[in-house]
Design a protein around this ligand. Structure first.
Ligand code: SAM
Length: 226
């Protein structure tokens, strides 16, 4: 799968996607990532990418021209493709959407800054979908783009060593994950639950299922609603 990320700060994208599990997914060809610097496409002699808002008010607005030109530089997209504009006003990203997006061949993400984009970008790039990663406001779209890239990538075959660990994670089966423990079996008087040391796999599976259900009921009852 190819990720094309349009940003004013490509170095933020490159730093993250060169490290750890995502870095390995890039090296092994599970994904490819191109970070396109919107500023490189500004027709302004000073490479300006923003301007003050019509109607007044504080903050700068990202102008249409560099964003549209950066998008056009991508050429024909590998279908099926999706084009996501990061914004707090968009559809809320979640596990179900990550699964949906993991079926794509190419995902384009537009990262805003300042007050965000001139709204006409949605007409100029008609296939744009507005996506939010949650009900809070960040300074830029790079973290939202990376959050989405990361959660989509780990659903792709070969990205995580054991896919069974992805299947056991929170949300995969609609519930939250159960608690995990590792050595030593006792640390500062805190003991690991006996059942996990019993070697009884059926009992361990039953315990984990119950823990998962209890945690979901307590922390996210909304997930259990029909
Ligand atoms: N004026 C915008 C609003 O109130 O909805 C906020 C703009 S924000 C300061 C700058 C950029 O950060 C946005 O254009 C978007 O790319 C990104 N951003 C901030 N919070 C986000 C969120 N929760 N989800 C997705 N993108 C977000």
């Amino acid at each position: 799968m190819k990720f094309s990320i349009l940003t004013l700060f490509p170095e933020l994208i490159e730093t993250y996607t060169n490290a750890s599990i995502i870095g390995r997914a890039v090296k092994s060809g599970v994904i490819s990532v191109e970070a396109v610097n919107i500023r490189d496409f500004s027709a302004d002699s000073h490479h300006k990418v923003d301007d003050s808002p019509f109607g007044g008010g504080s903050g700068m607005v990202m102008t249409c021209q560099p964003v549209e030109s950066a998008f056009e530089s991508l050429g024909a997209l590998k279908e099926p493709a999706r084009v996501l504009l990061t914004t707090p006003t968009g559809r809320r990203f979640d596990h179900a959407m990550a699964v949906e997006l993991s079926q794509c061949q190419q995902i384009v993400m537009l990262c805003g800054h300042y007050e965000g984009f001139d709204d006409r970008i949605k007409t100029l790039i008609p296939r744009i979908e507005e996506v939010s990663i949650g009900d809070y406001v960040l300074t830029g779209g790079e973290l939202p783009a990376l959050c989405m890239l990361d959660s989509i990538t780990r659903l792709l075959p070969g990205a995580v060593q054991k896919f069974s660990s992805v299947e056991a994670d929170s949300f995969y089966d609609g519930m939250l994950d159960y608690p995990h423990y590792t050595r030593p079996a006792e640390y500062k008087g805190l003991k690991v639950p006996d059942v996990l040391l019993s070697g009884n796999h059926a009992a361990i599976a039953q315990w984990r299922k119950q823990q998962s259900l209890d945690k979901t009921r307590t922390n996210r009852p909304d997930l259990l609603e029909p």
